[in-house]
Design a protein around this ligand. Structure first.
Ligand SMILES: *Cc1c(COP(=O)(O)O)cnc(C)c1O
Length: 409
């Protein structure tokens, strides 16, 4: 079964497999087949996944609430911790309300189809995360892709759409009671490139369109802040990074699974948006509520994030050291501004190798020297790369060892 399909993957060197590894408590270390490696592939940016205060909070609440919740939130699966976390997230993000989802993936594939209905239009960045792409596929809305981070292209597409809708509405009134809705969707930090969406320009574009009286519906801006949460804006996320106030027409998705070292996700927005998701978010309605002990861990992680500014400072210091070292060793990266630092070909000494081969060779070279930095290949990305992630758990010694190995590759 699937012989030919798998063979094709093997032949073009894109077959992936799971490694028998043991992810310990520390973000910067990983055990693979009994050998320890320095891990440059964890999204646990602040090293909170192994934090003892967080695991203590989890154990304590598991003893009180048990593990499984036994039902969805709409039935009997919720606890007072779920509500406490939602209130805390809303306060943290400065929104009216928030809603928990079982994962970032679930949040996107549930919220996007709920918000973007048949007859609506989605405008999506070309490099958005797979979970956004899947959410768009499930939605019955029309989808338009704008070039990566290209606000000029986005505004052209919007201008065309708005002109179209004007001629339409004079010919025949919109059938939906509240008219067509436009939704711009973007990652805040792009997960495979580490670059940041031009949110100031996107925000200005939304403001300029939303201030026109003719549009009955404001343009909605849906942000996937999976890699911004806990990292940008002093930990508060991408909007804070750009000093943008949350508006009722901005919907923010964030996860507890990356910098917060826990599990699950949230959507923060206006009360109306959250109420709508409670009623129409299928991954919220038809899935068992997150365990209360996971919620307790996320609550503790948020508390630590606000208290322990050291971790965030350490993350950014490490990030600067690694980024500088990579460039000094003659390698190039994507336009990254964050803790995701992908090294892309051509590599200084290996110009004749094809890109996939070069990336695999570099990954193997690092692996032989006890550094885990996996190659990311098509179809996950167009340009093959070593996607490094740096965390607050790494030491300068870890970073310098990686840079040294790059310079002899
Ligand atoms: C990881 C990720 C998700 C999915 O979050 P999970 O909680 O791991 O399911 C969604 N969007 C982006 C941009 C991500 O990087």
């Amino acid at each position: 079964m699937f012989y030919n399909e798998l063979k094709e993957l093997r032949d073009n060197q894109t077959l992936r497999h799971l490694l028998d590894h043991l992810n310990g408590a520390e973000a910067s270390k990983i055990m693979i087949n009994g050998v320890q490696y320095i891990n440059f592939a964890s999204n646990d940016y602040l090293g909170l996944a192994g934090n003892a205060f967080i695991s203590d909070a989890l154990i304590k609440s598991a003893k009180k609430y048990g593990v499984g919740t036994g039902a969805s939130r709409l039935l009997a699966g919720g606890t007072e911790l779920h509500v406490e976390l939602e209130d805390k997230v809303a306060l943290f993000k400065g929104t009216e309300a928030s809603l928990l989802f079982n994962s970032g993936y679930t949040a996107n594939i549930s919220a996007i189809p709920a918000i973007a209905r048949d007859g609506d239009v989605i405008l999506s960045d070309a490099l958005n995360h797979a979970s956004i792409i899947d959410g768009c596929r499930i939605s019955k809305a029309r989808k338009l892709i704008y070039r990566h981070r290209d606000v000029g292209h986005l505004s052209e597409l919007l201008a065309e759409l708005l002109a179209e809708s004007l001629t339409e509405s004079t010919a025949k009134p919109a059938t939906k009671k509240d008219g067509r809705r436009y939704i711009i969707i973007t990652d805040t930090v792009f997960s495979m490139d580490g670059d940041i969406a031009p949110l100031e320009d996107i925000y200005e574009l939304c403001i300029s369109i939303n201030s026109r009286k003719k549009n009955r519906n404001p343009i909605l801006l849906y942000l996937d802040d999976a890699h911004g949460t806990g990292v940008l804006g002093g930990g508060k996320g991408a909007l804070d990074h750009f000093n943008i106030k949350p508006e009722p027409w901005i919907i923010q998705m964030g996860t507890f699974s990356k910098a917060l070292g826990s599990f699950g996700a949230f959507i923060a927005g206006s009360r109306d948006v959250i109420d709508w998701l409670i009623n129409r978010g299928r991954g919220f309605i038809f899935s068992t509520a997150l365990p209360a002990c996971i919620i307790a861990a996320s609550l503790k992680a948020l508390e630590l994030l606000e208290k322990e500014k050291k971790l965030l400072n350490k993350l950014w210091r490490n990030r600067e050291r690694l980024y500088k070292g990579i460039h000094e060793a003659g390698f190039i990266t994507t336009d990254t501004e964050t803790s995701i630092i992908p090294i892309i070909p051509p590599y200084p000494q290996k110009k004749r190798l094809n890109d996939i081969k070069a990336v695999l060779k570099l990954s193997e070279h690092l692996f032989r020297n006890n550094i885990y930095a996996p190659a990311i290949r098509p179809p996950t990305v167009n340009i093959p790369r070593i996607r490094l992630t740096i965390t607050a758990s790494h030491t300068y010694k870890d970073i310098d060892k990686l840079i040294e190995l790059l310079s002899v590759f």
